[in-house]
Design a protein around this ligand. Structure first.
Ligand code: ATP
Ligand code: MG
Length: 559
């Protein structure tokens, strides 16, 4: 596919506008409201807004859309900045706030009043709702709709000066109470709220509404294409109405695309905030959260997120994308960049009865099977080893090629061993395996050409590094928890499992993501990991375990 074929409908519009000379520079903005942390859906908007500008040599503003004081905070502003940077995008000196324009927006509101297209309404919020009508019935004009310009100017000035309490009056656009588009039924422009603002402090007690502030902020910044999600399609006539009335120097164009939804997760700041506030997760950056900060802490590389939204594509169709598609991108990036290591998550002790007690051998191990540039490392091998509990089965089926009583297996980078005796505790649990090794079978240098079907990983007991390893699964059991009324009812109770693992000694100072052979990709937890007390996150398993489960279920049906 060449670049032109690969262009989505928004890029087609943008490239056409450049070719036709309508614009010589593309200017976009990413306008999050700082009322929560950014999530995977925002990654799509960030990559689109910053991406199209960057690829055409244009500019992008990071604009904090802070028209809702009370819900917004400097903590969220900082998190948004960190997340956009981490994803690999830079706004240069174009960090702005809707609140930077409060003066201009206020002046423009006065212009609307002077033009006779805005009025101060004094109905209560309840009455305004009643007068608004419904989707099937037109609204009714407010009795205050025909106030004179002078009276409106006077009331708006007194609103601004703080004379009235919250909700006492509201400034509305005078458009059409019978419009089939509810957004055009005299929408509010300014409301009274005696509440400090995260950026503007105590300067204001009237605040502009989002629809009013947004389009004008776009115009002030010279935004050429204002890209937003489909729920704003019905707001576009209003967006254009404000521009028609006020005729700013620059005229931005709003274009809508569909939201990105991820299966088994939530993409709504408000609902994610509920999970945080109720303590269902440990915070916004809990590694199970679909927030950018959660995914960062989990160990997802930013390149994987960018690749994911690229594969998802920019469209007008609603999409619910499988978690597997995101995990595939994570594996694709880490597969090339992560070194291989050995670790045992659920340890079972193996004693090699014919291995000298004090002997330690050093085994050479490849750091990446597909890329010799990663080099090799030395692994200590000794008489007592940890293997994975799963790699032993007492009553094993014929096709079980790992360890079973009397059976043989190869220890990766080590020897072939045979299981001679199974030691159990009083409860009948297997606690140790007594095995013998074949000294002729050392990997790489062995003189024997004996072959066995299975190879398993291991860690030398006396050299092992202890670690708390956190294994994550999906936070929800429901494919679309966005639609659930009560998030609790669809939570996956097994979304976090903690195991006490044994790591090979080179992992004592692990700093970046690695692959634990046969297990998945892992990295230190950025909050809780410390020297001497390793806390490691599983980023993702090696294969899509859900796909495997689905396949098994289907095979079960076929039988
Ligand atoms: P939320 O409901 O999570 O708060 P929002 O749309 O209200 O989402 P904003 O902070 O207003 O969040 O969003 C900033 C930008 O990100 C907007 O342009 C919005 O359209 C876009 N965006 C938000 N969610 C998604 C999503 N799921 N997919 C694509 N773009 C999104
Ligand atoms: Mg919002």
């Amino acid at each position: 596919m060449n670049d032109i074929e690969a262009r989505d409908f928004i890029r087609k519009i943008i490239y056409d506008d450049l070719e036709s000379g309508k614009h010589d520079e593309i200017v976009t903005r990413f306008p999050p409201e700082p009322n929560g942390y950014l999530h995977i859906g925002h990654v799509m908007a960030i990559c689109l807004d910053f991406g199209v500008a960057a690829e055409t040599g244009g500019r992008t503003f990071l604009r904090l859309d802070d028209t809702n004081p009370g819900k917004e905070s400097p903590e969220f502003v900082q998190a948004i900045k960190d997340d956009v940077h981490w994803l690999g995008f830079d706004w240069g000196d174009r960090l702005t706030h809707a609140s930077d324009y409060f003066d201009r927006l206020h002046e423009s509101a006065i212009t609307l009043i002077e033009k006779g297209v805005a009025y101060v309404d004094s109905l209560t919020a309840e009455e305004i709702r009643e007068y608004r009508g419904t989707l099937t019935e037109p609204g009714k004009n407010s009795p205050y709709r025909d106030r004179s310009v002078e009276e409106n100017l006077d009331l708006f000035r007194r609103m601004y000066e703080g004379e009235f309490g919250d909700g006492k009056h509201v400034l509305r656009a005078k458009i059409d109470m019978a419009s089939p588009n509810m957004n055009m039924r005299d929408p509010a422009i300014y409301r009274i709220r005696h509440i400090p603002h995260q950026n503007a402090g105590d300067n204001w007690c009237i605040y502009p509404m989002y629809d009013y502030a947004h389009g004008l902020s776009d115009a002030y910044e010279g935004i050429t294409h204002s890209l937003c999600t489909l729920e704003f399609e019905d707001h576009r006539p209003l967006y254009d109405w404000f521009l028609d009335q006020l005729e700013p120097e620059h005229r931005p164009r709003q274009i809508e695309f569909s939201r990105l939804n991820l299966a088994y997760t939530i993409t709504s700041k408000r609902k994610l905030k509920g999970l945080v506030d109720e303590g269902i997760v440990s915070g916004w950056d809990d590694p199970r959260m679909p927030t950018i900060s959660g995914m960062r802490r989990r160990g997802y590389p930013p390149a994987a997120l960018r690749e994911f939204v690229k594969r998802a594509g920019v469209t007008k169709k609603d999409k619910l994308i499988e978690m597997g598609a995101l995990e595939t991108c994570v594996r694709d990036v880490l597969g090339d960049t992560a070194a291989r290591r050995m670790a045992v998550l659920r340890p079972l002790k193996v004693v090699l009865t014919n291995y000298p007690e004090d002997q330690v051998e050093s085994m050479e191990a490849m750091n990446h099977p597909g890329n010799p540039d990663f080099g090799t490392r030395e692994l200590p091998f000794s008489r007592e080893l940890w293997i994975e509990q799963d790699d032993f089965m007492e009553e094993a089926p014929r096709k079980f090629f790992r360890l079973k009583p009397g059976g043989e297996v190869r220890l990766r980078f080590g020897y072939i061993i045979r299981c001679d005796e199974v030691i159990k505790d009083d409860g009948g649990n297997v606690v140790e395996l007594r095995c013998s090794y074949d000294p002729e079978t050392r990997s790489g240098t062995g003189t024997s050409d004996r072959k066995v079907k299975g190879t398993i990983h291991w860690v030398s007991c006396q050299h092992a590094v202890d670690a708390e390893v956190r294994l994550y699964d999906r936070l929800f059991n429901e494919a679309n928890p966005n639609t659930a009324d009560d998030a609790h009812s669809v939570l996956n109770p097994a979304s976090l499992e903690i195991v006490n693992a044994k790591l090979e000694p080179s992992l004592a100072d692990l700093a970046e993501a690695v692959q634990f052979e046969r297990l998945g990709y892992f990295c230190p937890d950025s909050q809780d990991d410390a020297a001497g007390a390793r806390v490691i996150n599983r980023i993702v398993t090696l294969r899509d375990s859900w796909a495997k489960l689905e396949k098994q279920a289907l095979q079960g049906q076929a039988r």
